[in-house]
Design a protein around this ligand. Structure first.
Ligand code: DC
Length: 213
């Protein structure tokens, strides 16, 4: 295993498949993985129960990421709302940067990893898909978890979150100039994972780092 920093930045909108791709890349190359959306979700969940989001961000502890209610639609919207607050983002910066540059390498997925958290990332991907496809995937996932979900409402939620995440003043969601854009609208999960692994393998080869299992 390499000890040199090697960061893979994976950004993109909700339900585009970046979590799946990030986990697969991390497993393939033996890298640590951080789903940065969980940080904002943990703060959003605390805001929903009355906490001040800035204080929640400044006192966030790892066990807050273990709550089992972080994947709900209400928490997703709350996460997107607290993510607009510059002080919330600032409080999470050092932790994410240290994780990104940890020895052995790391994969971080989020909205601003390649642009703000780790602009020097050795490999950058922007994983996206049409809003309709993403809503259909999220709808199926919610039904699979036994939740009561309506496709039109999920599509509305996806669009609202896209607009808030892309239009905010601080660290808006966008593809870094050097990111490889992966549109998964018409791709199978396996094809998306294979394409992402090829991008990361090429970046590792260019640096003389191992690509074997
Ligand atoms: O990736 P996710 O759906 O779990 O993220 C939830 C919300 O958190 C998302 O709508 C915006 C915010 N977020 C962010 O602003 N920056 C990140 N790096 C990750 C998530």
């Amino acid at each position: 295993m390499t000890t040199a920093p090697f960061t893979v930045a994976i950004d993109g909108p909700a339900a585009a498949g970046k979590g799946t791709v990030a986990r697969a890349v991390a497993a393939r190359f033996g890298l640590a993985h951080l789903d940065t959306g969980l940080l904002y979700r943990a703060i959003g969940a605390q805001m929903l129960t009355g906490a001040d989001p800035i204080e929640a961000a400044q006192t966030l502890t790892p066990d807050a990421l273990e709550r089992d209610d972080l994947r709900t639609a209400d928490v997703a919207q709350a996460a997107s709302k607290v993510a607009v607050i510059p002080e919330v983002r600032a409080a999470l910066l050092d932790f994410q940067r240290a994780f990104a540059r940890r020895a052995g390498g790391a994969v971080l997925d989020g909205r601003d990893i390649g642009t703000v958290i780790c602009p020097q990332a050795e490999a950058k991907l922007f994983v996206t898909a049409s809003a309709e496809v993403r809503a259909a995937r999220r709808h199926a996932e919610l039904l699979g978890r036994g939740a009561d979900a309506d496709l039109a409402t999920v599509l509305e939620d996806v669009r609202a979150r896209d607009a808030r995440d892309a239009d905010r003043a601080t660290a808006p969601m966008r593809a870094a100039d050097t990111a490889h854009v992966l549109d998964t609208s018409e791709m199978t999960v396996d094809a998306a994972v294979a394409a992402a692994i090829a991008v990361v393998a090429a970046a590792r080869s260019a640096l003389g780092l191992g690509v074997e299992r």
